[in-house]
Design a protein around this ligand. Structure first.
Ligand code: SF4
Ligand code: SF4
Length: 122
């Protein structure tokens, strides 16, 4: 089950950087969660990190996105695979920078391991 942010959100900016999947972003008025990227933090942490830090407790589970633990884990693996073969690393900021600088993953030679991207930066 993905999580959702209610209109009680006070836009304090605390939750966004805590999300390991980059699922939280600023919406038209308040922050929002992309349910396609929210794994309830499965694969990263034992507890949903955004819920841990929200000062007004406005991040409930979204009943519209019922998902079993194995589905959440599958989503986590899918996100990881997309991060490594596509745009950039999902859980390593420095790899994101390297990928941006060197275009890793966009060329004919795929870089399946993080080491390649780090080489580009260094
Ligand atoms: S539960 Fe975890 S993955 Fe989902 S939005 Fe919150 S921090 Fe991100
Ligand atoms: S931590 Fe809570 S109040 Fe702060 S931006 Fe996130 S959802 Fe809104």
């Amino acid at each position: 089950m993905a999580l959702m942010i209610t209109d009680e959100c006070i836009n304090c900016d605390v939750c966004e950087p805590e999300c390991p999947n980059g699922a939280i972003s600023m919406g038209p008025e308040i922050y929002q969660i992309d349910p396609a990227k929210c794994t309830e933090c499965v694969g990263h942490y034992d507890e949903p990190q955004c819920r841990q830090v929200c000062p007004v407790e406005c991040i409930p589970f979204d009943p519209a996105w019922q998902e079993a633990p194995e589905q959440l884990l599958a989503k986590y693996h899918q996100l990881q695979a997309e991060a490594q073969t596509g745009v950039a690393g999902a859980n390593a900021g420095e790899r994101t920078d390297a990928a941006t600088l060197g275009g890793v993953g966009a060329g004919t030679t795929a870089a399946p391991q993080a080491g390649r991207a780090i080489d580009v930066q260094g």
